[in-house]
Design a protein around this ligand. Structure first.
Ligand code: NAD
Length: 263
């Protein structure tokens, strides 16, 4: 039995992640990229994007039919494509990060009308980490200090990473704390560390694809969990999995754990 490939629109296709998604889709019969969406600046640089050994024409507007749009642009780029998807009832996979509270609210509002998967990190390993850190901080309790360290390549434009913020939210939720308990870096005469504070640190260097460290330290011991993404294909494969999943679902805002949970 032959099934038609899933038609993908890829927004941010000239970027590092967009290209990784295109490459992964080109290598998989289940998908066909029908729209390769770039910014005006990207288009001025090149009218095509290379996927495997094929050059695909790029566009700044969505002219061809698609079953789902995958967004790896920027926080404001997401808003542009959210409007298009909402107006045309196209399911969305949002991988871009760094959204403001207003932008997060706009995504949630659009999800009343279209199905959306939004994930700050599409790797399966990070999902496993997120599934456990809430239980760890709860079990070790108030005598233990929590610090998150994230490391990314020098081109990343937002800090801390969306994934670090997701980890913080998991920890804060488990401990009944809020973002007010979070400190983003330290400098100067900080005084001693307040109990319950969650420290977050962003390192930017070289070509690092993405590393997230969770440390929890208390009387006489430290427990650390580190996730390292070695290639952007890890995220791209997760985004494609989410794309195949979201087209079978009703309007709503879904997370990667929903995708991995089946349903
Ligand atoms: P990048 O800068 O290499 O690529 C972004 C591209 O989007 C650029 O080419 C830019 O010109 C383009 N763009 C901006 N606005 C656009 C618009 N309106 N329409 C079309 N294209 C537009 O960045 P990157 O490393 O590919 O990362 C992209 C985003 O994905 C970032 O927000 C990053 O944090 C996030 N990210 C998420 C995951 C995940 O698993 N969710 C993994 C890696 C990166």
């Amino acid at each position: 039995m032959s099934t038609e490939p899933i038609r993908l629109a890829i927004a941010g296709a000239a970027g590092r992640m967009g290209r990784a998604v295109l490459e992964c889709a080109a290598a998989n019969d289940r998908f066909r990229a029908t729209a390769v969406l770039v910014s005006n600046e990207d288009l001025a640089r090149s009218g095509t994007i290379r996927a495997g050994d094929v050059d695909i024409p790029a566009a700044t507007s969505l002219n061809d039919p698609c079953d789902v749009l995958i967004d790896f642009t920027t926080a404001s780029g997401t808003m542009t494509w959210l409007k298009v998807c909402r107006a045309r009832h196209i399911p969305m996979v949002i991988g871009a990060t760094g959204h403001t509270e207003e932008q997060v609210a706009a995504i949630a509002s659009a999800a009343n009308e279209i199905p959306i998967v939004k994930a700050s990190n599409f790797s399966v390993g990070i999902q496993a980490m997120r599934a456990h850190i809430g239980a760890i901080v709860k079990q070790l309790g108030a005598d233990y200090d929590v610090e998150i360290v994230e490391t990314h390549h020098r081109y990343k434009v937002d800090a801390p990473s969306g994934t670090a913020l997701s980890l913080v939210d998991d920890i804060a939720h488990a401990l009944n704390r809020t973002r007010d308990d979070v400190i983003f870096g330290r400098a100067g005469r900080t005084g001693t560390r307040p109990q319950g504070q969650i420290g977050v640190h962003a390192v930017r260097m070289g070509e690092v694809v993405g590393r997230h460290e969770f440390h929890i330290s208390g009387p006489g011991e430290t427990l650390s969990i580190t996730h390292t993404a070695h290639t952007r294909k890890t995220f791209a494969a997760g985004a494609l999995r989410a794309a195949a999943w979201i087209i079978r679902h009703a309007p709503g805002l879904y997370a990667m754990k929903d995708v991995l949970g089946g349903g």
